[in-house]
Design a protein around this ligand. Structure first.
Ligand SMILES: NC(=O)c1ccc[n+]([C@@H]2O[C@H](COP(=O)([O-])OP(=O)(O)OC[C@H]3O[C@@H](n4cnc5c(N)ncnc54)[C@H](OP(=O)(O)O)[C@@H]3O)[C@@H](O)[C@H]2O)c1
Length: 264
């Protein structure tokens, strides 16, 4: 789908990749709905993009995506305002670095609510009007972590495996409806993700520098991928190669690697 003139809803627009989606869509989109909990940041971002593109329609919605009632209020508001979103970017997400047995239960729940439940229910709520108008794109921000089980990030990796699997099946179901689905699967990106995912008293985990791709490149690759109707976008040559190899690796070899590295 060509993105010029689209009406996009971006979850997690207050930071990192979400904020960059807003910046790159300004000047191209007709309208944007910015969703996150930190309203002050969303208002600042709205002022920034309106200064660049005064004709853009920008709505700020302060929503905690963990809360079912707030999710429903968001979709009811879209209906009341007659806003036909044709680009849904399910970007909000969070992780947790550490063993699952010692995880914080409240954080576990937030990971499942935001990464899985909110992504699924927003998609379900917006799909019928996209299908009726034969125009729409769902861009699900997943992760390369979704291609393999990751000891030390078990729940996060599993939540992103859900996103990959869901996106691929939905894409097949929607063939010939005019609605497309793309999963964005980045490797490490410098955002606030690591600070949010670290446990109290620990430093955020960092991968080797060469696997990092800039926020700007990740978002550009994602938007190009949407326009080219790609099923999966993995930004960066190193990550593309790495994920190609990972997907060819049998689980028995992965188990052996974990055993040798001390993870049973
Ligand atoms: N950074 C990476 O290395 C990396 C790699 C692969 C995939 N990803 C994925 O990329 C996506 C964006 O992450 P990021 O790296 O940009 O992280 P980030 O800088 O921490 O941004 C996360 C965004 O999600 C929003 N969010 C979190 N909980 C929310 C809630 N309960 N309700 C509403 N919004 C919520 C945050 O907004 P508020 O706090 O204001 O609510 C924030 O805008 C995530 O899905 C992540 O899994 C990131």
């Amino acid at each position: 789908m060509k993105l010029d003139g689209c009406f996009a809803l971006i979850t997690g627009a207050s930071a990192g990749l979400g904020r960059e989606f807003v910046r790159q869509l300004a000047g191209r989109a007709r309208g944007l709905v910015l969703v996150a909990r930190r309203g002050d940041r969303l208002n600042q971002l709205r002022d920034e993009v309106l200064a660049r593109d005064p004709n853009l329609l920008v709505h700020v919605r302060v929503v905690d995506l963990c809360d079912q009632a707030q999710r429903e209020q968001l979709t009811q508001w879209l209906e009341q305002e007659k806003i036909d979103v044709d680009l849904l970017i399910n970007n909000a997400g969070l992780g947790d670095y550490g063993s699952f047995a010692t995880s914080d239960l409240e954080r576990d729940d937030r990971i499942m609510q935001v990464n899985i439940v909110a992504l699924t229910s927003l998609t379900r709520a917006l799909l019928p009007q996209m299908i009726a108008r034969k125009r729409g794109t769902i861009l699900n921000v997943s992760s390369s972590a979704g291609f393999l089980p990751i000891p030390g990030m078990a729940l996060y990796a599993a939540s992103k495996a859900y996103v990959n699997c869901f996106s691929e099946a939905l894409r097949a179901e929607l063939r010939a409806t005019g609605v497309t689905v793309t999963a964005l699967c980045p490797g490490p990106v410098h955002t606030e993700f690591g600070d949010v995912a670290k446990r109290p008293g620990r430093e955020p985990e960092r991968g080797p520098g060469f696997v990092y791709v800039s926020i700007e490149r990740v978002v550009r690759a994602a938007l190009d991928g949407v326009e080219a109707d790609r099923p999966v976008v993995i930004p960066g040559a190193m990550m593309k190669l790495g994920m190609f190899l990972v997907r060819l690796t049998p689980m028995s070899i992965l188990r052996l690697a974990w055993r040798l590295s001390g993870n049973r």
